[in-house]
Design a protein around this ligand. Sequence first.
Ligand code: SG5
Ligand code: ZN
Length: 259
Amino acid sequence: SIAQWSYNPNAVDGPQNWKEDCSTGKRQSPIDIETAKTVMDKELGTFTLVNYNKTLNKTFRATNNGHALEMGFPGRAYNVSGGGLNGVYTTVQFHFHWGANNTVGSEHIVNGKEYAAELHFVSFNTKYANLGEAVDKPDGLAVLGLLIEVGEHNNSAFSFLEVANKLVEPFSIVNDVPAFTFEHLLPDDKTKFFRYNGSLTTPTCLESVTWTVFNDHVFISQYQMNLLRRLKKNGTLAEFGNYRPVQPLNNRIVKSSFP
Ligand code: SG5
Ligand code: ZN
């Protein structure tokens, strides 16, 4: 089992002191995407997102695990392929990272700029039997990352965030969130994205993630942002948020799908 960890920058269990691959790895996430240094790759192509445009007859499970708000879904209904990914990845959950105020909170930053929040769709490579088999393989996971800004309350897409009212206390679960259409959470233009090989952004920071960060951002309202900020974990979630600081790029190349 893994040790206790937190996002408190000054604590012995804070991000500077996370163990295992978090401290020894060479392909860690998140990173600062320096757009001038990205290399365009025409082979990246477009994504095929199966069922992301549908409202399936299902319910989702929402969890506050003390580190994040997660939406989990049963079965293998939602698939991701194309976009330069090798094979078909099936989506198991999405979750959010955020900060104590709107100037911080995203994990990936772009040309040094931080955003208020970041949404991660986590999928595993169906060449592996299950998430547990895939999680430590170099090509095991694909995460689609979306940078979130606070703006107009123009979207019903994020109305499921009301469930956060029932998840304020750590380790709360709501089992019956009605299904909704994931595509409405993604930016309109899904053809422009960045791609690099990295890791999980939480301990043990396994180096198994093919990362996609979309170039276009999505917007949630200040009210919706505040719903996330009310989630508790011993006080530290509100104080420090739940985003990992950026990690060294080392000798990696960040690709872009567009000029
Ligand atoms: C969050 O980020 C997720 C983890 C996820 C890591 O901490 O936590 C939640 O969403 C709250 C339940 O998800 C889980 O622990 C459920 C499987 O870890 C994984 O997705 C492991 C496969 C790290 O994910 S990230 O690199 O995309 N940020
Ligand atoms: Zn994440």
